[in-house]
Design a protein around this ligand. Structure first.
Ligand SMILES: [Zn+2]
Length: 312
């Protein structure tokens, strides 16, 4: 019997670790014969996480010694995002999200009309928000995330008032939330980990947004460490971080098979001109990528492709 219990316990542990592992990707060294300019921007972002971030001023990309001009709209968006300390995501992705921001504006108008019909006073406190403000809110504990729907103009905060006084808490927010949901929006009062009754948004969660607009994965990728930390911190109460889990799984699905810079630096820095520009340089004959942030040292990495980490 005790033997059986240990087997069940062992299998239980195994299934938990297998689940966590499915969230993990590794850059698997492999020969890469062809890269697209976008692959280079993704590899830059891969190194450009919270630990290393800063504007990639004057980012230059080259493939086999040829400087590449980035011309397609997606690359230009990635470039604009990488080259700013606090990119204005709502304007960089305005064309991509135009349908959604317009539909959300209509939903917000309808909500205002409905709430006003109850004789309640309501104002939108904040809709679009810049990244700098978002990060201040995160530091002060007023927001759990570093990237929010507000940054894409797909969320708004509602203030309800009674005799001109702002209501911080009130059962009226529940009613407002029900109305928002009946109009097709998502209500912050339903958030499990960090309920926010004054908040409404266009999408259920970040995973739903990225599933529809995969180009936005590039923005969430920058905060991967942050989302992984949130997930790990709550690994024993996964129900609190289901949205974070869905986000990581979605990001991983989009990354598997894509070109990456494998962790190990393969060559020392040699004879490199001391210049300020940020650079990504790929050599497919020798299978390496050189990545250099702005005003900082660059390193060589061997080329590879993202793969799910599997346990032997
Ligand atoms: Zn909000």
């Amino acid at each position: 019997m005790r033997y059986l219990i240990s087997i069940v316990f062992f299998l239980g542990c195994f299934s938990i670790s297998a689940q966590v592992d499915s969230l993990r990707l590794i850059c698997k060294p492999t020969t890469v014969n062809h890269v697209d300019p976008q692959d280079l921007l993704w590899m830059y972002r891969q190194r450009d996480t919270l630990r290393h971030h800063g504007a990639a001023t004057n980012l230059q990309v080259s493939i086999n010694g040829q400087l590449i001009s980035l011309l397609d709209s997606t690359s230009l968006r990635y470039l604009a995002s990488s080259q700013a300390n606090f990119p204005t995501l709502d304007s960089i992705y305005a064309d991509v999200l135009n349908t959604e921001t317009s539909a959300f504006a209509l939903q917000k108008d309808s909500l205002l009309v409905q709430v006003s019909k109850l004789g309640w006073s309501m104002h939108y406190l904040q809709a679009v928000r810049n990244l700098q403000r978002q990060q201040q809110l995160n530091r002060s504990g007023r927001s759990q995330v570093l990237l929010s729907f507000h940054n894409f103009n797909l969320a708004a905060d509602v203030g309800l008032y009674l005799r001109r006084r702002y209501l911080r808490r009130s059962p009226r927010y529940l009613r407002m939330g029900q109305m928002a949901k009946s109009l097709g929006m998502f209500w912050g009062g339903d958030f499990v980990g960090f309920p926010d009754p004054g908040h409404i948004q266009r999408f259920k969660n970040s995973a739903a947004l990225i599933n529809q607009y995969s180009v936005l994965a590039f923005e969430f990728e920058k905060y991967r460490d942050h989302y992984e930390a949130i997930y790990q911190k709550n690994a024993l109460q996964v129900e609190k971080v289901l949205d974070t889990k869905a986000l990581l799984i979605t990001l991983n699905r989009l990354k598997v098979g894509k070109v990456c810079a494998c962790q190990k630096a393969i060559l020392p820095i040699m004879n490199l001109p001391a210049e300020d520009a940020a650079r990504v340089e790929v050599n497919t004959d020798q299978n390496w990528v050189f990545i250099k942030p702005y005003q900082s040292n660059g390193y060589y990495y061997s080329l590879g492709r993202w793969a799910y980490e599997t346990k032997n």
